[in-house]
Design a protein. Structure first.
Length: 211
């Protein structure tokens, strides 16, 4: 009788940043806060955001260009620098998840790669501010590689850069569709809820990554 092969040992974690290790960088809630803080028309801001943000995340616009199209399309009583500072201030860490990744990396000798959609300036600010470079080995960010999730090529690029077999990778994201795409490429996946890190910890332990 044929038996199922033993799953490969996990040697790498691929993770999103927003919704996993940090809050989202510039989501609807942040834009609502900005509209209130700076007395902006939220509907106009969201409309212009939808038409522009994908291009920014793909690394084809600077943050200043994005803001020129979405906020500073007319005279404002505040500066672009003030608005950028507000944007940067929206990011907060999820310390429990960051510590889990650090501990698993140290205990199991894992490679850690970020696979995320983010514009360059926001991405670099978040990496530096929360010291993600101290434990993340590779940043396969949309602004660097010019592919955005759900384009499957961003995971293929991550595999090429990390140089690990797909069977040895676990991908963690808060969006089920992105996890499903990664699984379709042969990676194992976990849909993460930042309010329930324990569930992610248990799923990782079931894959051989116990604490």
């Amino acid at each position: 009788m044929a038996t199922n092969p033993t799953p490969a040992r996990v040697t790498a974690l691929f993770l999103d940043i927003g919704g996993v290790m940090l809050t989202n960088g510039w989501d609807r809630r942040s834009r609502e806060a900005a509209a209130k803080q700076f007395s902006l028309d939220l509907d106009e801001l969201n409309d212009r955001h939808r038409m522009t943000f994908d291009t920014y995340e793909a690394g084809k616009l600077s943050l200043d260009e994005y803001l020129s199209r979405t906020v500073f399309c007319r005279e404002r009583p505040f500066t672009m620098e003030q608005f950028r500072t507000f944007m940067y201030g929206q990011s907060m860490a999820y310390p429990e998840m960051i510590q889990l990744v650090k501990t698993l990396k140290a205990r199991h000798g894992l490679k850690i790669a970020v696979v995320n959609n983010e514009g360059r300036e926001l991405n670099e600010h978040r990496i530096k501010t929360f010291r993600l470079g101290e434990f993340v080995d590779f940043f396969i960010s949309s602004c660097f590689v010019h592919f955005r999730k759900p384009d499957a090529d961003i995971w293929r690029v991550a595999l090429d850069i990390a140089q690990v077999p797909k069977e040895e990778v676990v991908y963690i994201d808060d969006r089920a569709m992105f996890v499903q795409i990664a699984q379709g490429l042969g990676l194992r996946g976990i849909v993460h809820d930042h309010k329930n890190v324990g569930k992610t910890r248990e799923a990782l332990a079931a894959m051989g990554l116990s604490l």
